[in-house]
Design a protein around this ligand. Structure first.
Ligand code: NAD
Length: 475
């Protein structure tokens, strides 16, 4: 166990090392998989508010065993090379785990996006994109960014447009970035994808009684008490779907400026609306407010969902965490030291490289859509409906022949007749991916007595797959 808190990069390496020790790999290949291939640092100036402001950005490529490489772009003042490299490494393992055919990458810009007006952010984003595009660090076949903390579909649309301006004859230009708005080459269900993936991950966890029993919980997600940290893209969607569709009670929402608590359950939509209007949770009238939000991570709950930033569960609070299950919606929210403590305490963790892989999974679908230049379901939908209609007509004919002896359940006909559109297909593909990846983690956990947690299992699956890909190349 580390005696002091490790950096994010060292935490990821330590978790990798623990898993790789259980995989039979030649030492050279082990090292090749672990190391980061390259990190590009760029400093550029933009004239804003009458003076030149210099910004620092990064794009790190961890592994190119498959190309393009993929990973989000983060806007935050705390962005640094160590963090970007750790996140790029996580992307390599995440893509391998969910069988998205990409290497791992990540980017970041040191900026407080709330400090700038929209048109200023557009100028800064386009300039950052320009620097990356001219070095093929944004490119449909080489490196495909996506949203991350502080960025969303607006920034992705600017990046796609900037790429297309600089590559006017590239017919696949839209595939240079994912997470774009629907009108700008995006795909249905991408914005919600990471939160949706967190929901599917939890649903899959609760399908296996052995997993549930390890936590001391029973049954399914219904009435489970949940704490969410960070009501941004990932946290908001996860909390919304879990409360609206699975019956979870969101007792606590922790944000930058404090936390809200309601033992009867918070109205996620209402809180989200309040934050959008007021910039934080302070003053929200329908719950108790606590200024020291982080202290509430230690509150008793069934499921704790850190969905903000890394390192929030660390050696200083891991002993006091009072959750039965932690699902890492954020990247790296549990440090290596805390991971050790929590494992010793028997607290189950669904690790980041699996838990938040819904984003990259649907990004993969978006990239495929952009390259194929056709919306999913466009060719099959009406044909599927016509075939269903044939069966329904035949059933109705038989029924009238039998003298209307039976009838279909209400709503059955319209539900059965409806062919799958893009959103249904994206959800189905995401659900399938999350289930299959969980199965592979379970199999790796069951295969070796030394594997006692899902994180090690997830790394083993990922390392095996990356190694197989290098071997296939003759390395
Ligand atoms: P976001 O910027 O939309 O939301 C982050 C939220 O966390 C914001 O509401 C912010 O106010 C809050 N927050 C920031 N600092 C906080 C603090 N100290 N305490 C409590 N709350 C705080 O970002 P996001 O896209 O939702 O990303 C969140 C995490 O999920 C990150 O770790 C990111 O890497 C990871 N992730 C995101 C995606 C994606 O598709 N967006 C995919 C995979 C992983």
């Amino acid at each position: 166990m580390p005696r002091t808190e490790l950096s994010f990069r060292d935490s990821v390496d330590l978790m990798f090392n623990r898993a790789v020790a259980l995989v039979d790999l030649p030492p050279g290949l082990e090292e090749k998989i672990r190391v980061s291939n390259a990190t590009y640092t760029v400093r550029f100036g933009v004239r804003l508010r009458g003076q030149i402001h210099t910004f620092t950005g990064y794009r790190s490529v961890h592994s190119e065993h498959m190309e393009p490489v993929k990973g989000g772009i983060r806007y935050d003042l705390a962005v640094n090379q160590n963090e970007v490299e750790a996140l790029a490494a996580l992307m390599t393992y995440k893509c391998a785990l969910v069988e998205a055919p990409f290497g791992g990458s990540k980017g970041g810009l040191c900026i407080d996006p709330r400090a700038w007006e929209e048109h200023e952010l557009e100028q800064i984003t386009r300039r950052f994109a320009y620097e990356l595009i001219k070095r093929d660090l944004i490119h449909p076949a080489q490196n495909v960014p996506a949203p991350d903390m502080g960025t969303g579909e607006r920034e992705m649309a600017w990046i796609a447009d900037q790429y297309k301006r600089m590559n006017t004859t590239d017919i696949n230009g839209n595939a240079c970035v994912t997470g774009k708005p629907i009108g700008g080459g995006g795909i249905q269900g991408r914005t919600e994808a990471t939160g949706r993936g967190v929901q599917y991950a939890l649903q899959e966890f609760f399908r296996e009684p052995r997993d549930v029993a390890r936590t001391g919980m029973e049954g399914d997600l219904d009435r489970k008490r949940v704490i969410v940290q960070g009501l941004g893209n990932v946290g908001y969607h996860a909390a919304k779907f879990l409360s609206e569709e699975d019956g979870c009670i969101i007792t606590t929402i922790i944000e930058r400026d404090g936390a809200l608590v309601s033992h009867d359950g918070l109205d996620v939509e209402d809180v989200h609306h309040w934050i959008a209007q007021h910039g934080g949770v302070t003053g929200y009238p329908n719950a108790r407010y606590f200024e020291d939000g982080n202290a509430l991570l230690e509150q008793e709950c069934d499921i704790l969902i850190p969905a903000a930033l890394e390192g929030v569960i660390n050696m200083s609070n891991a002993d006091n965490i009072n959750a039965k299950l932690i699902i890492e919606a954020a990247n790296g929210p549990v440090t290596a030291g805390a991971d050790e403590i929590l494992r010793r305490r028997g607290i189950e963790i669904i690790p980041d490289l699996y838990a938040n892989a819904g984003g990259v999974t649907v990004s993969y679908f978006e990239w495929v859509k952009n390259l194929s230049h056709i919306r999913f379901g466009r060719m099959q939908r009406r044909q599927e409906e016509a075939r269903h209609e044939l069966i329904i007509r035949e059933l109705e004919r038989l029924d009238s022949y039998l003298g209307n002896a039976w009838s279909m359940s209400p709503g059955f006909k319209s539900k059965y007749l409806k062919g799958a559109g893009e959103l249904e297909l994206v959800r189905s593909g995401l659900d399938d991916t999350m289930r299959a990846a969980f199965d592979s983690m379970r199999a790796a956990r069951d295969a070796k007595a030394e594997v006692t947690d899902f994180r090690t299992a997830a790394y083993i699956v990922a390392i095996d797959r990356v190694a197989a890909s290098y071997r296939a190349k003759g390395l």
